[in-house]
Design a protein around this ligand. Sequence first.
Ligand code: ADP
Ligand code: MG
Length: 728
Amino acid sequence: MSTLRFHAVKASLKRKPLKIKEDKRRSEIFGSNVFNEVAMRQYLTKTSLNSVLEAIEKGTKINRLVADHISTGMKEWAISKGATHYTHWFQPLTGATAEKHDAFFETIGDGLAIEKFGGNQLVQQEPDASSFPNGGIRNTFEARGYTAWDPTSPAFIYDKTLCIPTVFVSYTGEALDFKTPLLRALQVVDNAAVAVCKYFDKNVKSVRTSLGWEQEYFLIDTALAISRPDILLTGRTLLGHSPAKGQQLDDHYFGTIPARAMSYMRDLEHQCMLLGIPVKTRHNEVAPNQFELAPIFEEANLAVDHNSLLMDIMQKTAKRHGFTVLMHEKPFAGVNGSGKHNNWSLSTNTGVNLLAPGKTPMSNLQFLTFFINTIKAVQTHEELLRAAIASASNDHRLGANEAPPAIISIFIGDQLTKVLGELETVTKGKLSPKEITDLKLNVVGKIPEVILDNTDRNRTSSFAFTGNKFEFRAVGSTANCAKPMTVLSTIVANQLKEFKVEVDELINSKSMKKDDAIFNVLREYIKTSKAILFEGNGYSEAWEKEAKKRGLSNNKTTPEALQIKKAKSTIALFDNLGVMNKVESEARYEIEMEDYIHHIQIESRVIGDIARNHVVPTAVRYQNILIENVTGLKTIYGDQFKDFAKAQLVLIKEISEHIETINSTVTKMTEARKICNKEASLEKRADGYCNRVKPLFADIRYHCDKLEIMIDDELWPLTKYRELLFTK
Ligand code: ADP
Ligand code: MG
């Protein structure tokens, strides 16, 4: 009983749910640590307030003098809430959030000190950027990186620190973060959507993207989690035999939330409330110890910030409760993985959700326009969308015949399939008044305001229309939502721009009426977008074959999936719309390929270490016990011993065989790594790690897992699946 495993199990059994102090209503505390409009009204002059509001609404610049006033107000507010430090808070391309704290405190001589925070410190900082990934941007240009205030996402206080959301750019202006391209893409889709909205309503001035993410995660007792080197270093288990009971009884999904987990969630939600993150739902997920948390949707940039912040708070809060949060997409083999559904839609400043059917034929034509353009955009750029969610960890879901698969397809349900079918038969060219009336009354006018469709129950389609929004389900649980949101916004913007050109062309040169022109263009889009529509569910071999026939991509691994990012057409798409220039696009490709290689490299080292230093020595120890036993039996029974030592002899032999295979495979894997590391080309290195190093994991694992079920439980050093998954 001396192994870390048993200490960990003991420690986990002693834990009790923490008591959470909740003495105020949630609505009362909501946003109280956020420098929101209420706080601004109290701490800012009218000019400063208006300046910030205008920057949020219209993206206008805030001048330095006003910034000085704002910073003073912000500082007073923060200090009144107990903050001592401030930081620019940003999202470098590591995927995590970054911060460097400075105290408000400053000395002014004569042993005196004051609290100071000027406009300059609010607006811009120069963190040491040298350790953040930059994909060669800084080497090519300038070593310095700057963070600059993003007034559209409000400052907040976390851990007594005033956090100011910022973008992170190089000296020459290239984006070194996730937020900058996202902000640009949101602006681009805003402009493109407004232009199209004008066909239907001249009063539309702006269109906002909304995002509601759903975060799935596992909660594992910390003692148990850190007893496993693989969880500690890679966030997932690299080996472990499946337990006798897994998720087959479906007794966890939507079941009673265990007491410790519940106390953790309440604590987490309390902090979310203070920080203005509007969390709303919580429930058990499919796998044991798997949960989900989702907020009410928000403007996409804010929603992305909130998700990044949340992931950080989740880890910190978990520590207090003796939990480790596993965000990994596939922490346990044979058990459901975690995703982060991105619910997405567009809405106007006049309060119309452009992806919700409306009350009138006119508003429904607008809905259909945005609906069909989105389908067309995804059809055209399905491979790019797949690339936007590619990572070593998400490959375990997308590439492993799990749902959703690596094939991007759109589910729209029966009702809308029928509508599209009817629109497809619209006359080419000018429509007769009768046809227009008929269309408006019987097709467009008949779309119900609430679309009920239960056929997508398994929720496994990668991109599904769910009544008033699209739900991008293939996003991984560790992802920064900025990536898929940037791509989605860009491709939809590009599509809407093309649509506008085509419609205008028909109106101007063919002197068609506006509605006729719209119907004509939509009809062609429906015809050319059919391949992406798929009402089936999840992964199947038949769908894989069918998708191939339809010309859809099926990139199962990250290195394959990322190739589209460096295609000329992709670079031009981002560049033309001003979302990312060539350097920025190429830098991201490089960073993501490197990131993939590093992940597999680390996993490979860890599995090699565990196999050689934990599993094999344990196997040898157990084998020695067996040998001792057999020798003893021989002493007692002489030649007859074989009758009594049959099982032991078989075990001894089998253990040797497993040890031998583990050892030779680890050696082979190390050699494969060495060869990969010498490859000069990024593509060849990634390919080697993907196709020569990673496949050996399964072989090593197989034999280790066999040993796990052969060896005396008392000797086994690695915390087992049943302990990790069923300790509550
Ligand atoms: P589920 O998908 O689990 O059934 P819901 O469909 O109710 O749950 O909502 C999931 C998420 O979608 C929530 O974050 C919700 O706020 C968000 N959502 C709802 N409407 C929209 C919308 N118009 N745009 C973006 N997100 C939305
Ligand atoms: Mg959902």
